[in-house]
Design a protein around this ligand. Structure first.
Ligand SMILES: [Zn+2]
Length: 358
């Protein structure tokens, strides 16, 4: 679609020195159709604006189309000058120039509004506005921020009665009770697999993890967060198969070092984390509930960051924003917490992998 806009823009440019009526109305018609198609696509969501990539793609196309429309408008302007004797034609051209400009700005407004209006729906049935500052990928659909404190309390009490036994439930596509969950999690893994990581993820199994001891710690640490209206987010953590089992049994351990200090690192892109699933054969990827609390955005590395510094600054976690590589930052979103209690493994995804290039 973009290439055709480029070609059109070039054609219009060539024609601008000798504008003719037919090509002006042709180009005008092309842009009108594109605007109408895009508008209805955005409204009926056949043009999704769910991820940052999708949004950026549409913004890019809008920009290209905008510059084409400006060229067509100036072509119309010249055409009107050359035909100033033909009053009807001039009036029609001027009207069309105004209309297409108006349509373009209407479309821009709708797209902007759509992007700001995305709501996330939680299992409790409530909705909350999406946080546009951070990534959309970390969504967990458990409870909204007003239900979470109570729900976590109920859950913690229930866990006390159930004992501390770790429960691992297979989540499969052919079991009626788990099929929806299976597709939700596998979609989450496959949708955010990035080509540039050259890892082809083949999901072999998904297990739901409940470690009551870790869950209780997660619920308790909630009370110490700087931000009160927060819920745990689902994020990926990649490590060796052996380490993944240790984490399921005993929880996370804060690392010794890293780009953003000694913390526990999580990603929103499955393949980003899968890079750390070292070893041969079947590998283990964890999808974890992570309580981010108030998040400090970092665009450049801070290898000496500590829990104390982060907390003193009034934050509970660090968000290394994607596409900040130029400033020394990262290519893919990363979230870092500095207390082991802020994360608990929720799903264990076993996968086979092959490098798609090698
Ligand atoms: Zn709720």
């Amino acid at each position: 679609m973009l290439e055709s806009v480029f070609k059109l823009a070039k054609l219009v440019e060539e024609l601008q020195s000798e504008p003719d009526q037919h090509s002006f109305f042709d180009f005008l018609h092309d842009s009108q159709c594109w605007i109408e198609r895009t508008l209805s696509g955005v409204l009926d969501q056949s043009i999704p604006l769910e991820t940052q990539e999708q949004q950026m793609k549409l913004m890019h196309e809008l920009k290209k189309r905008q510059s084409l429309v400006i060229k067509v408008q100036s072509m119309g302007g010249k055409l009107a000058e050359e035909n100033f004797g033909n009053k009807d034609l001039c009036a029609e051209i001027r009207k069309q120039i105004r209309d297409i400009g108006q349509k373009m700005s209407d479309l821009n407004e709708v797209v902007q509004q759509k992007m700001n209006d995305e709501l996330r729906t939680f299992r409790c049935g409530h909705t909350e506005r999406l946080d546009r500052e951070s990534s959309l990928r970390r969504i967990s659909d458990q409870f909204c921020s007003s239900c979470w404190p109570l729900a976590s309390q109920v859950q913690a009490n229930k866990l006390c009665q159930d004992g501390d036994r770790i429960r691992r439930t297979p989540v499969t596509a052919d079991n009626e009770d788990t099929a929806v969950e299976y597709y939700k999690i596998s979609d989450r893994v496959l949708r955010y697999a990035l080509k540039e990581h050259n890892i082809k993820l083949e999901i072999r199994s998904i297990e739901k993890i409940k470690n009551p001891v870790l869950d209780k710690k997660l619920f308790n640490v909630y009370n110490e967060m700087h931000k009160k209206d927060c819920v745990p987010e689902l994020l990926f953590h990649g490590t060796t198969r052996k380490n993944a089992e240790m984490i399921i049994q005993n929880g996370f351990k804060v690392g010794n070092s890293g780009m953003f200090g000694a913390g526990i690192y999580f990603a929103t892109d499955s393949t980003k984390s899968a890079q750390y699933c070292r070893g041969t054969g079947i590998k283990s990827l964890l999808l974890c509930d992570v309580l981010l609390g108030k998040t400090m955005v970092c665009d450049a590395p801070k290898t000496s960051l500590t829990l104390e510094q982060v907390r003193t600054a009034g934050y509970d976690s660090v968000f290394a924003r994607r596409n900040s590589k130029k400033k020394g930052g990262v290519l893919n979103d990363e979230y870092i917490v500095y207390r082991a209690e802020q994360a608990t493994p929720r799903y264990l995804i076993k996968f086979g992998s092959e490098c798609s290039i090698l």
